[in-house]
Design a protein around this ligand. Structure first.
Ligand code: SAM
Length: 293
């Protein structure tokens, strides 16, 4: 017998989302492991609970495993909280929960909000199958690589986006999937909650014009053309295929790799893709030539 580990989801902006169950768990826990003690202290103050908080974040989670082993020996009740939303979802806690399972803890998730789920269900896009992608990487080339790997994904895609990367991420996504339906969910559960819907290109335009601020989740329709016979859809597929080849070449990937990947992804003959690669390279050389003159 070990203890109990509660994984406690907390509000992402609206304190009315705090459930009675969350309050009871926080009152009864022997040990509170929290991402940022200052953030969770505010929540506990709001609930009138006075307890010592122990930090457990990305940089010390591993060290907290020893504490969990001690808690298991004493059969303590532990509660894990992140700053907002559900712990482990683009937040720390994965290592801790895995260790808790190994130690024999009873693991009890306490239901509450998670931004990706609210954005997905409010998006108007298919929710039957989706892929949560979390945050995209930092470097633009890595972002592009991830997006390229997702071009043919048929499930709805869900991304977390840091506010300062919003415009950049939208432009990258537009280059590969600009004609797809999407939804940018902003400030969920807060006073200025907003769902910006349209194609990715339309959303990127609106964001550029309005200079919106806040926290964002981007939901993008999956690839729908493979199962369609529609002529317009074929045009869109051709546009995405060409954009894909152009982007890969511009980022300096080897033409033979680009041709091989594009042929596989877009079901084209390798010789056709090579022809497009050669055309783009000629076009690029001409552009460079014009710049030199
Ligand atoms: N664990 C959290 C959850 O369950 O949603 C996510 C934590 S992650 C570090 C923070 C990201 O979640 C933000 O950058 C944003 O993309 C998204 N997010 C969190 N709160 C949000 C809100 N109120 N509205 C829109 N997006 C939000």
């Amino acid at each position: 017998m070990a203890g109990i580990l509660y994984i406690v989801a907390t509000p992402i902006g609206n304190l009315s989302d705090l459930s009675e169950r969350v309050k009871d768990v926080l009152k009864s826990a022997d040990l509170l492991l929290v991402e940022d003690t200052r953030v969770s202290a505010k929540l506990l103050n709001h609930l009138g609970i006075k307890k010592q908080l122990v930090s457990c974040h990305a940089h010390n989670e591993h060290e907290r495993l020893a504490m969990l082993s001690e808690a298991a020996e004493k059969e303590l009740t532990v509660a894990l909280l992140s700053d907002a939303g559900t712990p482990l979802i683009s937040d720390p806690g994965g290592e801790l929960v895995s260790k808790a399972v190994e130690l024999g803890f009873t693991v009890v998730p306490i239901a509450g909000p998670s931004a990706f789920l609210l954005a997905l269900v409010g998006s108007g896009l298919p929710c039957d199958r989706f892929s949560f992608e979390g945050f995209l990487p930092d470097k633009p080339k890595d972002v592009r690589d991830v997006l390229i790997s997702l071009v043919k994904e048929t499930r709805t895609l869900v991304f977390y986006i840091s506010p300062h990367k919003l415009e950049r991420t939208l432009s990258e996504a537009c280059a590969l999937m600009g004609t797809r339906k999407a939804c940018l969910a902003r400030e969920l559960t807060k006073m200025h909650e907003e769902f910006i819907r349209g194609t990715l290109e339309e959303i990127a335009d609106k964001v550029r014009q309005s200079q919106t601020r806040g926290e964002y989740v981007l939901v993008v329709e999956g690839d729908r053309r493979s199962d369609s016979e529609d002529g317009d859809e074929d045009t869109l597929a051709a546009k995405e295929y060409e954009e894909y080849v152009r982007l890969r070449l511009e980022q300096g990937d080897r033409p033979s790799d680009v041709a091989q990947d594009a042929a596989k992804l877009f079901k084209r003959k390798r010789s056709d893709v090579y022809r497009l690669v050669v055309d783009f390279q000629k076009e690029r050389q001409n552009r460079l030539g014009e710049c030199d003159n």
